[in-house]
Design a protein around this ligand. Structure first.
Ligand SMILES: [Zn+2]
Length: 472
């Protein structure tokens, strides 16, 4: 007889016998970066050859749509429907990766070749995001086999190929296809757990807001001997202006950027006892950096952060004896739904003017990825947490949002789905840099958790169903 235990065991067998490894190796071998126009064909090949046949074999109807925005990668949708009275789950992933950065990897590694070293699988996309959606689909495949070719629920999939360029076109696509994509809940996997061996659910993501600070004082550099000491140095002005935005210990001084009601009792409770660990080889947490009095978890899951992503004056690689004409910094705010991004630029303008930095311009200020959050106590979150706990035999850490970004807001806004992210990676995975890898032990746990969850979704005891009725 088909059972939950046997479904989980089947998924773990696919992990342990190398089946998942080989699948991931084939996906990693397709260099589907969306950040290099030379790889456009590979991005399409990822969907067409890497994913489509697998989905069709599992009984999905698959369509590959052009991106609504000219020049951006296609979007794959798939659905596998078993009946209007069943829950409809929407899952999401992205088939594109950041650049390979081939020359920067350890000499024995190649971004497009899966390579095991100790407890890690190295390769571009192993963590972000091929390893994560492939893991979920492998677990699904096992449950489907165990249940004799049925799931007991409806499943829809959106796999985009533009996430690493800011999910261009996704919002328009989902808005235009809201009836076809209607679902009761979004369950997807991306990003890190709070610590490598702590099963995690994130019910949203932080948003990103970018802007430039620019100081332009004169048309060209002037002789540092004749003018240094007489002519204002834009680099110094910019450095001091930044010093009014954040102090030398990382405390943000533009207080209007922070959560409107501070850290609420509800957030404190959700994050109480939540660890933050990067695992072996990860950068260490600097305890004296950031908002005083907050725990590391409160700092990155319940608060806003300000980061100078890049900063330049003159030509550092080829300095000349001149007072530079200008200085520029590209800055980022990571914020939760508790902050108001519409007020970020006006608040900064007032702040800089009040501090005497009217000469510092704010340019290109915009949200790149909005913040999102489902109530961590939502019935769907509880359902998934209980299922994972049954499979893994220990509690699950729920966080109100991941510290990073994901386009969950698109699905929450246009489909009204609660967001349940189940990350399988960890903070030290080096996604976006050289030597990206997936830790094998958390991934194996993820396989068990997902098989148990896919099983439970078909058991008929989910939270009340709402969203997909309109589409039936
Ligand atoms: Zn990424």
């Amino acid at each position: 007889m088909a059972t939950r235990e046997r479904a989980v065991a089947r998924a773990l067998a696919a992990f342990d016998d190398g089946g998942f490894h080989d699948r991931l190796a084939a996906l990693v071998a397709i260099p589907s970066t969306s950040q290099d126009p030379d790889h456009q064909a590979d991005v399409r090949r990822y969907l067409e050859n890497g994913i489509r046949p697998w989905l069709e074999q599992m009984g999905f109807t698959v369509t590959i749509h052009p991106n609504p925005e000219q020049g951006f990668g296609p979007i794959l949708t798939a659905e596998r429907m078993e009946g209007p009275s069943r829950p409809t789950i929407l899952t999401y992933g992205h088939g594109d990766t950041v650049r390979g950065l081939e020359n920067q990897w350890r000499p024995d590694l190649n971004p497009w070749r899966l390579h095991q070293d100790g407890n890690r699988w190295y390769g571009r996309g192993t963590a972000d995001n091929k390893g994560q959606h492939a893991l979920n689909l492998t677990a699904l495949d096992s449950v489907l086999t165990e249940r004799g070719g049925r799931l007991g629920f409806n499943l829809k999939l959106v796999l985009e190929t533009c996430e690493e360029r800011g999910s261009i076109g996704l919002r328009e696509f989902v808005a235009a296809n809201r009836d076809q994509l209607a679902a009761d809940v979004l369950i997807g996997s991306d990003g890190p757990r709070v610590a490598p061996m702590v099963p995690t659910i994130a019910t949203g993501t932080r948003g990103t807001f970018h802007f430039d600070l620019a100081v332009d004082l004169r048309p060209g550099g002037v002789h540092s001997g004749h003018w240094g000491g007489l002519a204002v140095d834009p680099a110094v002005i910019l450095a001091h202006a930044i010093g009014t935005i954040i102090d030398r210990s990382g405390r943000m001084l533009v207080r209007d950027w922070l959560p409107r009601n501070g850290l609420t009792p509800q957030m404190r409770k959700v994050l109480d006892g939540c660890p933050v660990e990067g695992g072996d080889g990860a950068p260490q947490i600097d305890p004296g950096w950031g908002e005083p009095g907050l725990t590391p978890a409160e700092k990155i899951y319940g608060w806003a952060s300000f980061i100078v992503l890049a900063m330049v004056s003159g030509q550092p690689e080829n300095p000349v004896n001149a007072v530079a004409p200008n200085a520029r910094a590209h800055c980022q705010i990571r914020y939760t739904v508790d902050s108001d991004p519409a007020g970020f630029a006006p608040a900064l303008r007032l702040h800089l003017d009040a501090a005497g930095f009217g000469v510092v311009r704010i340019e290109n200020a915009a949200i790149r990825m909005p913040a999102s959050r489902t109530d961590p106590a939502h019935p769907w979150v509880r359902f998934v947490a209980a299922s994972m706990q049954t499979s893994l035999g220990r509690p699950v850490q729920v966080i109100p949002n991941s510290s990073g970004g994901l386009p969950g807001d698109v699905f929450a806004d246009h489909l009204g789905t609660p967001l349940v992210w189940i990350p399988h990676s960890y903070n030290g995975c080096k996604q976006h840099g050289p030597d990206e890898h997936l830790l094998i032990a958390p991934a194996r746990e993820g396989m068990a958790a997902m098989a148990g969850l896919w099983w439970d979704l078909g058991e008929g005891e989910t939270p009340p169903l709402i969203a997909h009725r309109a589409a039936e």
